[in-house]
Write a protein that binds this ligand. Structure first.
Ligand SMILES: [Mg+2]
Length: 406
């Protein structure tokens, strides 16, 4: 199956965080630099306005000031950069647990298994951009592709705050005209070697003789030749290993504010289904369920409950979240902009034990439900994620729930 990989790159990260810390800076050309008092200090980052004056990262302060006399210099605030990096990676983690940071302001996400929740991969990318912008004031460019190297090129292709899709149909048009040095792992010396061979663009590399490139650049030559041809099955390696994970969550931001209970139920069900599938995949059960709701004014509140026993069942998680929603939000008729379902207090399945009493019914029904959900997992494993979503089985589950609430 073709993978769906995103590369998310925060735009002018340090300078943007400075603008969030002090919005007045937005009106000026701004550069973050090591030591503003020392003229030989170096520019670490610049905002869009400074860029339009030709200010470049890594040049000295006096070089930058010559081009842009009104340049406002600010010292770096690394603690805030780490803080925002974590907030943004947590947003990514609400879309997939396969998130691999590459430096402080870039991450790859493998969303092959979760894109269906949001429609198309492009929609996921647009949604991520919107949520990052709304929650942090920062912007991110996203590349969507079937390999990590192409996704990275995509995030660089249009900036700031843009989505670029590079697929099997368009990669020759988009990627091949780019300079070969844009490709991941093509540094200065590899670039010089390739240019001596008359290879200036990624397309020229793709169509060059692979043995020739590898004779000069070794294994790395083979690798970049493959990358240029869209052959790169390097996995997105989660930086957040399953064993250290303290919670599993999934969120969705709705294009419109929701007040209708049945739509909210559908959202909660889809999110719980996903969270439960991830728990079962990691052979874990959870005993705390929380529901996070954001209203149209971006006020975010969470409510949680502890289950009488650990679970990995979608039905239990959905039921708990619906209870939380009805108890804390529904009565006040508050519109909902975003929902996140999170489970925590995770323990290994083996330790949790199997036949516990259910929240919903007696143990026998719970067993039945467990075997239904495990059967759905197996069908999905065999036939793909969409083979069985909220089919008739789960519709009847809904019915059961509605009865429970009466
Ligand atoms: Mg960046």
């Amino acid at each position: 199956m073709e993978r769906v990989i995103l590369h998310c790159d925060l735009n002018a990260f340090f300078a943007s965080v400075e603008e969030v810390r002090n919005p007045e800076l937005r009106a000026y050309p701004v550069a973050v630099c090591g030591n503003p008092k020392k003229r030989h200090g170096i520019i670490l980052a610049k905002n869009e306005k400074a860029k339009s004056f030709g200010v470049k990262t890594a040049e000295t302060i006096w070089q930058a000031q010559r081009k842009c006399p009104g340049l406002v210099l600010v010292p770096p605030h690394y603690k805030d950069y780490s803080k925002y990096s974590k907030i943004v990676n947590d947003i990514y983690l609400s879309y997939t647990d396969l998130v691999e940071p590459f430096g402080i302001d870039e991450s790859w996400l493998d969303i092959t298994g979760s894109a269906h929740l949001f429609g198309t991969p492009e929609k996921v990318a647009d949604d991520i951009r919107r949520v990052v912008r709304e929650e942090t004031g920062l912007t991110v460019s996203v590349g969507v592709s079937f390999t990590k190297s192409f996704a990275k090129l995509g995030s660089d292709y249009k900036k700031p705050d843009a989505t670029t899709v590079i697929n099997q149909q368009n990669f020759k048009d988009i990627v091949w005209p780019l300079p070969v040095s844009d490709l991941l792992f093509v540094g200065k010396s590899a670039k010089a070697t390739l240019e001596r061979l008359g290879i200036f663009t990624i397309g020229e590399l793709a169509n060059s003789s692979k043995p020739m490139v590898s004779s000069l650049l070794g294994k790395a030559g083979e690798l970049i030749h493959d990358y240029a041809n869209g052959k790169d099955d390097t996995p997105v390696t989660s930086a957040f290993a399953a064993s250290d994970r303290k919670s599993i969550g999934r969120g969705i931001t709705f294009p419109d504010d929701l007040t209708d209970l049945s739509q909210i139920k559908t959202g909660i069900t889809a999110l719980s289904e996903d969270v439960a599938a991830r728990l079962r995949k990691h052979k874990q059960k959870a005993s705390v369920v929380s529901l996070t709701v954001r209203d149209p004014a971006f006020r975010t509140t969470s409510r949680q409950m502890t289950l009488p026993f650990p679970t990995h069942l979608e039905s239990e998680i959905t039921k708990s979240c619906l209870d939380l929603y009805i108890k804390y939000y529904a009565e006040k008729g508050k519109p909902v902009r975003m929902l996140t379902v999170t489970v925590s207090s995770l323990i290994s399945e083996d330790l949790a034990g199997g036949d516990q009493l259910s929240l919903l019914d007696d143990g026998s029904d719970n067993e039945k439900r467990e075997s239904i959900e495990l059967a759905i997992d197996n069908i999905r494993k065999k036939f793909g994620r969409d083979a069985m979503t909220k089919g008739s089985l789960l519709k009847s589950e809904f019915h059961i729930r509605e009865k429970d609430e009466e």
